[in-house]
Every structure is written in C-alpha cells, then in structure tokens.
Design a binder for this molecule. Sequence first.
Ligand code: NAP
Length: 306
Amino acid sequence: MAEINNVIIIGSGPAGYTAAIYAARANLNPILVSGFQPGGQLTITTDVENYPGYEDPIQGPWLMEQMQKQAAHVGTEIINSQVTEVFLNEKIKKLNLDNGTTLNSKTVIISTGAQARWLGLENESKFQGHGLSACATCDGFFFKDKEVAVIGGGNSAAEEALFLTKFATKVYLIHRRDKLRAEKILQERLKQNSKIKFIWNSEVTKLNGNDELESIELIDKQDNKISNLKIDGVFIAIGHDPATQLFKGQLKMDEAGYIITDPDSTKTSIEGVFAAGDVKDKIYRQAVTAAGMGCMAALEVEKYLD
Ligand code: NAP
C-alpha cells in the first residue's frame, strides 16, 4: 500500500516554509517539494530591510536558507525535486515528481509563487540587486536622492513610480506606447507629481554598467532614435505570472491565472487543497504577507484533517 501523507506543500518561498513550520509543529509530518528555484523570488534579491525581526538589512538568500533550516529542524521532510503532474480531484491527492516518485496526500498546500516578468535583455540577471529590481516596495528605499526609472504602463508601474517619488529625486516612467493602461486616478496622480517624467513610445534596449547599473539605452519607437539615459536604478513593472500551469483545468483561477480562494481563507475550489502566497495574491506580493498566508494554510489544513 502506498503511504498516504497528511500534507504536501508545493513550493519553497516564505509561504511554503511557513506552512511547513506550522504543519510540522502540529505533528502533521509535512513534506515540502521545493521546486526549480528553491527559496523562490527572495533568492534573487540582495538586501531585505522590511522582513520583521532584524535590526540590520539581511540578505534574501540567507533569509530563505534560515526558513528552510527552521522548517527542517521542526520536522519537515524537504524534497529537492519538481512536481510534474497533480491529481487533485480525488479525496487522496496524487503528485508525480520529476525524480520518478509519486506522493499521496490527504491535503495539498500550493505555494508555487509568481515570477516577475523581465525584459529579456542581456545582463538582466547580472544587474538584479545591483540597480535593477522588479519590486519598488522592497528596494525603493535604497534609491534615496537618486534618479530612477520604472518600465511599464499598468497599475503596477504607476504605483511603483508614485512610491519611488518618496525617495528618488526624479522618476522616469518609460512606456512602450503613448497611453498608460493604469487606472485614470493613478494617471492623474502621476501627472500631478512634479518628480515624475514620462518617456513615451520607448523601449529599453541595453543595460550598461560595470558592477552596478549606470545607464540604459532607449529606442524611440516612432523615429527609431537611440538615446542613452544615465540612471541609478531601474524598476521593471511589466507584470507577474503566477506559477499555476500545473493546476490548470483542476482549480478555479482568475483570468490572469491566479488561484481563487475563499474570502479570508486559503481554501481553493477543491476540498483539501489550499493556496498561499503570490500564487493567489496579486495585490500585496510581500514575503511577510506570503508567510502569513502560509501560516493560515497550515492552520486550515489542521482543521480540515480534524
Ligand atoms: P499589466 O496591467 O499587465 O501591465 C503591464 C504593463 O507592462 C503594460 O503597460 C504593458 O504595456 C507593459 N509591458 C508588458 N510587457 C512589456 C515589455 N516586454 N516591454 C515593455 N513594456 C511591457 O500588469 P500590472 O501593472 O503588473 O498589473 C497586473 C494586474 O494587477 C492588473 O490587473 C492590475 O490592474 C492589477 N493591479 C492592481 C493594483 C491595484 O488595484 N492597486 C495594483 C497593481 C496591479 P502595454 O500597455 O503596451 O501592453
């Protein structure tokens, strides 16, 4: 007879590890499958200053290593593998892994996160955390009295640009068209803010610098003119993609692919399946909110199993 586990957690960001810590301390013997980027989005950031509990800035990869060790220490079995197929509709859920094993479980917590979209330029990964970011809330503070640019024309770009005016002396909003997609009220706020400067119909074609980002090359799409903009920081805000491909056709999702849960809950459309963190949250997207949802998911699993 195949072993039937209490709970399997898919994903190893703050939501997944927090769910694991709570589930392990509730004696549920959780298994966590870490996925292709163990530690999640925080492993590609550097200084973290807004995760409570640390007086001085900490490093994102270090924080995730600590969470992993804490989850293991309290009794989580961590499998460094990827889930390739899930069968969630049965009472006992079945998960196939890329190491050839199959896991059975009464409950599943999905915390596979989301990935910020990047431009796909050369040097993009080299400059991440060195002048290039996809999260103003996380990294804006490091650009006090500097000049920064935000790429994108949606609500995220508008909000990030407005947020950055708290620190930066000038914020360029660079958009590939001449109309923003952002809500009108945000557009008004942008126009009224003297620190915001729009660069329309333009795309970034190169990132330049040695160790730190120093300037960007832009192409004006109307006349194909190339220009160079000296800049201290660039924030990419061209959208996120939730990692939910695996669950398509089984769980209810919104039009952007985020898993839908009950209000104030991590319960999904299938009994015994819970979702926590960025995979179900396109508004807050913070490590601390993801961790909070991971805690909620574990508590809801415990209640469900009871
Ligand atoms: P979004 O609405 O999809 O906007 C993405 C923006 O990036 C668009 O302006 C798009 O340009 C641009 N873009 C996409 N790919 C690009 C590329 N390769 N190069 C240059 N520009 C590119 O994404 P979002 O702003 O992250 O918002 C996602 C969802 O969350 C939306 O439904 C949004 O309303 C919601 N949201 C809500 C709030 C809020 O309610 N406060 C805050 C943030 C996000 P085009 O316009 O030319 O397509």
